[in-house]
Design a protein around this ligand. Structure first.
Ligand code: NAD
Length: 419
């Protein structure tokens, strides 16, 4: 894969990755043109009454990338910095992710420009319901099914489901996933992304002939995904030596007690000051000595400048888009294995698919059944990606792209788009 610059616009990264794979598989130009862009983009501006009585305008997005494998699926993020290009990239990655794990969805993504940490619960609810009303015509159980992502959670999914259902006049649980169990959520959904990360780490360590009990792990991001991954990787036998959230990180080469870290962060917000650890910045954290590095925060964390200094043997991308294409090249040269986001963090959308199926059938599964099916899909997908990578003599990211693009193109051809 030849990419010359350290591209930091996530959409440019997503397109560069797609272009490299499309070139390798000699995809017809017409197909490339369709897949390089999202199919539909919606921007909404809407008013919210704030606690001080004043009205504030908010801007939200929902983007659907491709619908040829089924309805679109993808999370919602509430952050001050989101942009159309970020959502475009994330929607495109969702298309490939759903195809890698072979579930019948295309990709979508959405969100609102806001800082939930600066809002009261009432303001957050009114804003969420306002956004849900605005996108209600664009989403639906047969067309586009949102889910949680950065700064969104089961409570926010409930408000969206309730607002949508109120508009329809009856309950529509299958319009959104990641809901609480009491309104049609799935058992196992909260930990699903992290459980998928655990499953891919287990497979990758086997390939590298490494034993979990002898591996140290550093995790950047201690939210939904990062904190659950820390618990599940400890369960696997790994030693967690570094953790961080937006406020900074902590390090202890002898191991960190994950439950104590979670308690500490819930009281202090920051992990800094956690007993028996030394403080590190988020950039120092990425360069700590460890066997496995798990970026579980945001895009563009592993870039040209730090890729040469990363000491991990294995990087497993729990976050979406944490590695730039130029960093990828450096890591390849340094023989660092990268399990790409579109495979590593696909556990979340896989159990979201299970939730949607259960909601449509009104028939709910045990947690054991959810986890068993998830682990089968993650293991099978990892091996399918590895085989594709071996067939073309490329890295796992390119293997995942080749597998996913072929699976998206097949129904396009069947529908007559033989471009
Ligand atoms: P979250 O909001 O629950 O947690 C994000 C964490 O990252 C928080 O601990 C936050 O403090 C930290 N963070 C934010 N900015 C940071 C920075 N600059 N440096 C270090 N840490 C920072 O979000 P999440 O749901 O855990 O999502 C994390 C990543 O995983 C995102 O890239 C998301 O797209 C991806 N992902 C999430 C899911 C899911 O099911 N939630 C599924 C697939 C992929």
């Amino acid at each position: 894969m030849v990419v010359k610059f350290d591209v930091v616009n996530p959409y440019a990264v997503a397109v560069a990755q797609f272009d490299a794979a499309a070139e390798l598989m000699e995809l017809p130009q017409g197909m490339r043109a369709i897949l390089r862009q999202p199919k539909r983009e919606l921007t909404v501006n809407f008013p919210v009454r704030m606690d001080n009585g004043k009205v504030k305008m908010f801007t939200g997005f929902r983007i659907q990338h491709n619908t040829n494998r089924g309805p679109t699926k993808g999370g919602l993020r509430f952050t001050p910095t989101i942009s159309l290009d970020e959502i475009r990239a994330l929607a495109m990655w969702m298309t490939w992710k759903c195809a890698v794990v072979d579930i019948p969805f295309g990709g979508a993504k959405g969100g609102v420009i806001c800082d939930p940490r600066q809002m009261s619960l009432g303001e957050l609810e009114r804003m969420t319901r306002g956004y849900a009303s605005e996108i209600a015509q664009f989403i639906g159980p047969n067309s586009d099914i949102p889910a949680p992502d950065v700064n969104t959670n089961p409570q926010i999914m409930s408000w969206i489901m309730d607002t949508y259902s109120t508009q329809k006049g009856y309950d529509v649980p299958a319009v959104i996933t990641g809901k609480p169990l009491s309104i049609g959520g799935s058992k196992g959904r909260l930990q699903a992304t992290a459980r998928g990360v655990q499953a891919t780490i287990r497979e990758a360590l086997l390939d590298l002939e490494l034993i979990p009990e002898l591996c140290s792990v550093v995790i950047q991001g201690f939210g939904n995904v990062g904190s659950a991954a820390a618990f599940l990787l400890s369960e696997l036998g790994c030693k967690i030596v570094g953790l961080s959230n937006i406020h900074g990180g902590v390090y202890n080469p002898s191991g960190i007690d994950v439950a104590a870290a979670l308690d500490y962060a819930s009281i202090h917000e920051s992990l800094t000051g956690l007993p028996e650890t030394e403080s590190v910045t988020n950039s120092e954290l990425l360069e700590l000595p460890c066997t496995v590095l798990v970026p579980a925060a945001l895009e563009n964390q592993i870039i040209r400048c730090n890729a040469t200094r990363i000491k991990a043997r294995l990087i497993v991308e729990a976050a979406n888009g944490p590695t730039t294409p130029e960093a990828d090249l450096i890591l390849d040269e340094r023989n660092v294995t990268v399990v790409p986001d579109i495979l590593a963090n696909a556990g979340g959308v896989t159990v979201s698919y299970f939730e949607w199926v259960q909601d449509l059938q009104h028939f709910f599964w045990s947690e054991q059944e959810v986890n068993k099916r998830l682990e089968t899909i993650m293991g099978d997908s990892y091996r399918a990606v590895r085989e594709k990578a071996q067939e073309y003599n490329v890295n796992l990211r390119m293997g995942a792209y080749l597998l996913a693009i072929a699976r998206v193109v097949e129904p396009m051809r069947a529908r007559g788009m033989g471009l």
